[in-house]
Design a protein around this ligand. Structure first.
Ligand code: NAD
Length: 500
């Protein structure tokens, strides 16, 4: 039997001493393709100690030298993106083109990090008081932990580690145990790019590894992405241990279609955003809010398109791959059962899909539910599968009230041909990322990614300027350098310093 997917310490594979492991499966075949090590507290200690030992040296390395390594990582990633995409498809199941898209979006943050010197610049004010100047600077934090979900095993870690590393921190990445191999592939790339030992480390595992990161005094900050209950737990435990924490949680993204929208565009985009990556995206559209008379036409157009999609093995040109595990596939199917029992109409039924793939793959086809109402579990819960629920409302105000009453606030989209309606919507909705005729409004790397309400705990969003601030601490220096030609200097003055 092959060895379990290992940890990464001091630029080398590290098997650890724990005897706990978890299965890794290929979702398109249902086969167990390997195992992953699940760290013990002692394994975590070893990996964190390596990151802590490397931190002072990396922080003292010039910003030019640091960004050159990041740039080399970018060049290598560019050359070999297809290899990483293939690893993602083999363990996650998303189709190859989608996996390649994930890598490309992660790479944008790597490219953004190459320009970090511009964002690390401080300010300088001369002569704020007589003979006194002030300047500010930003410094790295030390060791930072990145804890990532299964659905983007490359892109989500890349939302954080390029900036953390470029800013002078060392990183311990704790990937999802469902698709752990991408993390080691990226670790090897860092080594090849010339990153010194201990700057980028990987700790494989489950709750035990996460808790070790949350509690360890050497870990100064945590960037977490995952489901809302775990995000809240991570935020509370990490903050209680004195760390800076940004914890991005789950989502329930609405797409509101006004009567003046281009319905063909809206139908195309609802299918793309509802069923792409089998709905396993935190920015997937899971609720379509049809306003007024558009509902019947729109549902018919979406159903036509959804019926034409090929569900199958992501290596063979299918439109949509399997779900990540058998239990997850069954959980999503159970939500469809519950919606049907509660009175929703199953317009397209993915439960009996004829997939282009192995019999034991974790298949669930695109599913369209109409006449969903807000108290149904298919509406209230994050399902994280290829299930698009249509809620019918009469007015714009009802649509906005529905979006704002939802506990999540990650993404939302409005389809309309009215600039005025779009502008009002941007103001009215309580959601972090808004698309206007764009269904998945994932911000570019130089903006920051993050939701509101139960979709984010903490106050910093990922990447962009907020990401740079999250991974650095500010200092302000007030200094007096007197003119040596002027005598006498100083003098006693016990009042609170004032500017003169
Ligand atoms: P998850 O919450 O199950 O796991 C996320 C991470 O937490 C993993 O590394 C996992 O090992 C760890 N973990 C799991 N259980 C834990 C526990 N009890 N204690 C401590 N750590 C634990 O999430 P997932 O199923 O891997 O990913 C899907 C979820 O992530 C969805 O809810 C999705 O919306 C969310 N997500 C959010 C964003 C965002 O930007 N807001 C992006 C991607 C995914």
């Amino acid at each position: 039997m092959t060895a379990p997917v290992a940890h990464w310490l001091d630029n080398a594979s590290f098997p650890g001493s724990s005897d706990r492991t978890a299965e890794v499966t290929n979702p398109a075949t249902g086969e167990v393709t390997g195992r992953v090590a699940l760290a013990s507290a002692a394994d975590a200690e070893a990996v964190i100690a390596s990151a802590a030992a490397a931190a002072p040296g990396w922080a003292a390395t010039s910003v030019a030298a640091r960004t050159q390594v990041v740039f080399r990582f970018r060049e290598l990633l560019n050359e070999r993106a297809a290899d990483l995409a293939a690893i993602i498809t083999a363990e996650h199941g998303k189709v190859l083109s989608d996996a390649a898209g994930e890598v490309a979006r992660g790479q944008e943050v790597v490219e953004f990090a190459c320009g970090i010197p511009h964002l690390l610049k401080g300010g300088y004010s001369e002569q704020v008081s007589t003979g006194v100047d002030v300047h500010s600077k930003r410094q790295p934090l030390g060791v930072v932990g990145v804890i990532s979900p299964f659905n983007f095993p490359a892109m989500v870690p890349m939302w954080f580690f390029p900036l953390a590393i470029a800013a002078g921190n060392t990183v311990v990445l704790k990937p999802s145990e469902k698709d752990p191999s991408a993390s080691l592939w990226m670790a090897e790339l860092w080594r090849e790019a010339g990153l010194p030992d201990g700057v980028f480390n990987v700790l494989q595992g489950d709750k035990e590894a996460v808790d070790a990161l949350l509690d360890h005094a050497s870990v100064k900050a945590i960037s977490f992405v995952g489901s809302t209950p775990i995000a809240q737990y991570v935020y509370e435990r990490g903050s209680a241990a004195g760390k800076r924490v940004q914890a991005l949680g789950g989502a329930k993204n609405h797409m509101v279609v006004l009567p003046d929208a281009d319905l063909d565009l809206a139908a195309d985009q609802a299918v793309n955003a509802g069923f792409g990556s089998a709905g396993e995206r935190c920015m997937a559209i899971s609720v379509l809010v049809a306003v007024g008379p558009v509902a019947d036409d729109l549902v018919a157009k979406i159903a036509d398109r959804a019926r034409g999609l090929v569900t199958g093995d992501g290596t063979r040109g299918a439109d949509m791959g399997p779900l990540v595990t058998r239990p997850h596939r069954d959980k999503v199917a159970a939500y469809v059962d519950a919606g049907e029992s509660a009175g929703a109409k199953v317009v397209v039924d993915g439960r009996e899909v004829d997939a282009d793939g192995a019999a034991d793959g974790f298949w669930l086809g695109p599913t369209l539910l109409d006449h969903v109402t807000p108290e149904m579990s298919v509406y209230t819960d994050e399902i994280f599968g290829p299930v698009l629920s249509v809620v019918r409302v009469e007015t714009y105000d009802e649509a906005v009230a529905l979006v704002n009453a939802n506990r999540y606030g990650n993404g939302v989209a409005l389809f309309t041909s009215s600039g005025g309606a779009a502008r009002k919507f941007e103001v009215d909705v309580e959601v972090g990322m808004i698309g206007i005729n764009v269904p998945i409004p994932v911000p570019m790397a130089y903006y920051s990614f993050g939701g509101w309400k139960s979709s984010l705990f903490g106050d910093s969003h990922a990447h962009g300027t907020e990401g740079v601030h999250f991974f650095t601490r500010g200092k302000v220096v007030t200094s007096r350098w007197n003119d040596p030609a002027v005598k006498p200097q100083g003098g006693l003055e016990l009042t609170f310093p004032q500017n003169t």
